[in-house]
Design a protein around this ligand. Structure first.
Ligand SMILES: CSC[C@@H](O)[C@@H](O)C(=O)COP(=O)(O)O
Length: 344
């Protein structure tokens, strides 16, 4: 079945990914033929955003089974699974999708396995879009009419199966007429806010103002922000949330200014196996991402750099987590686990 979303085109037996590194100036689609290419696309940020990474990994594994044809089996896919799993460490959706496909594979082999993996990858893609729409409704209902929001990184259609998580709530609130506008932080070093979020919002006609990440405190102090809304790469059992570097800073600022701090993520981002955020592996990326901006030097060539891609916001700073199941107010372990159990 063909499924097209903003950054992922699945044609039933072949995959194209929008090269998000080139947005907003160029629109280039890359053909992905096997698990190795899918893993490289994830590692190199062609496709990014936790749910989109999971979807791309699922299609990558299905393509690998398709390539193996009659020889396809779970043991024959072991190297591909390992390769995909090592592409990026923090977004749990990647591991969630690979584990789901392995359960689907079971003892199947050959064309039966190929078909089962393709269908499951397609379901993951479609379910994510549906989850985002439900999240959008639950999240929009939390906002006061005329709200102005601050968001970070990109959590939109590009980062998901469509609509978006935090950006999906922004879209739904705009559709419902309850949103005044959005400030988007530019999100150094990859500039997902300036390159992707502002692009998505402008395309939808939603009022967006781009700011340097360091403007957030000043905006809050001026009373210009009614709520901060962000996505997540992994939420542990107690509600601690890993998300794009800079999220924790925003949560501390929001707490100081008495501003609600809302996290939106599908259930596939909840990792109840980890008790708290101290167990989350935080990806560290190459120093060149800080020393350069899009290949242009902005620091001495050999300057030492620390470049964590994510940080962890403690649950105590989070007002609410929104999933497709509903809202977890003031999250803690008992509420997160109850929410997860209710979803089964
Ligand atoms: C719906 S996307 C949620 C998160 O994955 C997003 O906020 C984020 O941190 C993305 O980081 P990225 O490094 O661009 O993959």
């Amino acid at each position: 079945m063909a499924i097209n979303s903003a950054a992922i085109r699945w044609h039933g037996n072949s995959l194209e990914l929008l090269d998000q590194r080139l947005l907003p100036t160029q629109t280039v689609w890359l053909t992905i033929s096997d698990s190795q290419q899918a893993a490289n696309a994830i590692r190199e940020m062609v496709v990014r955003g936790a749910p989109a990474i999971g979807i791309a990994a699922a299609y990558g594994l299905a393509l690998e089974a398709q390539r193996l044809g009659d020889n396809a089996s779970l043991p024959a896919l072991a190297t591909a699974i390992e390769c995909l799993a090592s592409s990026r460490p923090t977004a749990v959706n990647l591991f969630w999708a690979l584990e789901r496909l392995q359960r689907t594979a079971g003892e199947r082999t050959g064309s039966e396995l190929v078909q089962a993996l393709i269908e499951d990858a397609e379901s993951i893609h479609q379910e994510d879009l549906a989850a985002n729409r439900r999240m959008g409704e639950f999240g929009a209902a939390l906002l006061s009419p005329g709200a102005t929001l601050y968001t970070h990184c990109n959590t939109g259609a590009l980062a998901t199966g469509g609509h978006g998580t935090a950006l999906g709530i922004i879209r739904s609130a705009w559709e419902a007429g309850t949103l005044a506008g959005v400030y988007a932080g530019e999100t150094r070093p990859w500039l997902q806010g300036s390159r992707l979020t502002s692009w998505e919002l402008l395309n939808d006609g939603i009022p967006v103002t781009l700011v340097a990440d360091s403007s957030a405190g000043q905006l809050m102090a001026q009373g210009k922000i009614d709520a901060v809304i962000v996505g997540a790469d992994r939420i542990t059992a107690n509600g601690d949330t890993a998300n794009k570097i800079g999220t924790y800073t925003l949560a501390v600022l929001a707490k100081h200014h008495g501003i609600p701090f809302i996290v939106a993520a599908p259930l596939s981002t909840l990792d109840s196996e980890l008790p708290d955020g101290s167990h989350i592996v935080i990806e560290e990326r190459d120093g060149s991402e800080i020393r350069q901006i899009q290949g242009k030097p902005v620091a001495p060539a050999h300057c030492p750099v620390y470049n964590p891609a994510f940080d962890v916001t403690p649950a105590s700073l989070i007002s609410a987590i929104v999933t497709e199941r509903g809202v977890i107010d003031a999250p803690d372990t008992s509420k997160v686990l109850a929410h997860l159990q209710a979803s089964h």
